[in-house]
Ligand binder design. Structure first.
Ligand code: PAF
Length: 283
């Protein structure tokens, strides 16, 4: 059944209040729409976590540091609703920008430390926008559980830090990255790749996996990420924003004995792709 689409915070709150009165738990899957199998896997996980599932669909302007990227971000509401229909979603919350950021809005949530390197360094203000909208969505929906993809690994760590630091009563569930058969992580941005760039994009997960295996086997991380960069250049990537081995939770320098993560952002044909992998890779 096509889920009801709620545009107003008041309508959302009324629906959630009814469920709570009935003693039902609520799970939130925050998205920016342009849904794909990766999002649907989050929704399935949310279904397993709570009796009621809300999917938010909001292209959050404050997290785009590049106006062109915001303008080009795919908006596919009808297709999104059709994809959600078989998954028994209880409500889609799809507010207008003015509903989320009414005139006079003057608060920004900033998570320091974990938000600063990597994506934070290359997309100034991005995580302020994410932290602000996620805090607002948590206030609006008041979920017991919220599901986020590991594809945006740094975002997941920023949200975990935010929830811990602000004592927010929501449990964060990280869900594994969903990949195409050639390994490319699903992303709403993949549709922008030309056929040639889509073919070369498969080099990213392969090079990442090789580097994660090399580091796990004791290789120097800088040497392994150097080979990763060289493999991407050889495959025809335009440039690499970063390729780093970091502490998996803090995104600071990797520490011996603590879980590490390899994270990459690279450009192919004007499309920025990000991916990450555990050291050693899972599965
Ligand atoms: O990952 C995303 O799609 C967005 O950053 C999120 C969490 C929905 C906040 O706008």
């Amino acid at each position: 059944m096509t889920p009801p689409i709620l545009r107003r915070v008041a309508d959302l709150r009324a629906a959630v209040a009814g469920w709570r009165r009935a003693g039902e738990k609520v799970a939130l899957v925050p998205t920016m729409g342009a849904l794909h199998e990766g999002h649907l896997s989050l929704v399935r996980r949310a279904r397993a976590e709570a009796a009621r599932v809300v999917v938010s669909v909001f292209v959050n302007p404050t997290q785009f540091n590049n106006p062109d990227d915001l303008a080009k971000y795919p908006r596919t509401e009808k297709a999104d609703a059709a994809l959600l229909a078989p998954l028994s979603v209880d409500a889609v919350f799809a507010p207008a920008a003015e509903e989320v950021y009414p005139g006079g809005h003057a608060t920004t949530v900033r998570v320091t430390g974990v938000s600063e390197p990597l994506e934070g360094a290359h997309r100034p203000g991005h995580f302020d926008g994410v932290a602000t909208v996620v805090t607002k969505l948590f206030g609006m929906v008041q979920p017991d559980v919220a599901c986020f993809g590991e594809k945006d690994w740094q975002q997941l760590q920023v949200v975990r830090r935010l929830v811990a630091d602000l004592d927010l009563p929501v449990r964060i569930v990280g869900c594994p990255t969903v990949r195409e058969t050639d390994g490319l992580a699903l992303s709403s941005r993949n549709v922008r790749l030309s056929a040639a760039d889509r073919a070369r994009a498969a080099a990213l997960p392969h090079a990442l996996r090789q580097a994660a295996l090399d580091v796990a086997a004791g290789d120097d991380a800088a040497a392994a990420t150097g080979r990763l960069r060289a493999a991407l250049a050889a495959a025809g990537f335009d440039s690499v924003d970063y390729a780093e081995c970091r502490d998996a939770a803090t995104l600071g320098p990797a520490r011996p004995g603590d879980p590490a993560r390899l994270l990459v952002a690279a450009w192919a044909g004007g499309v920025r792709l990000i991916d990450n992998m555990a050291v050693p890779p899972e599965g």
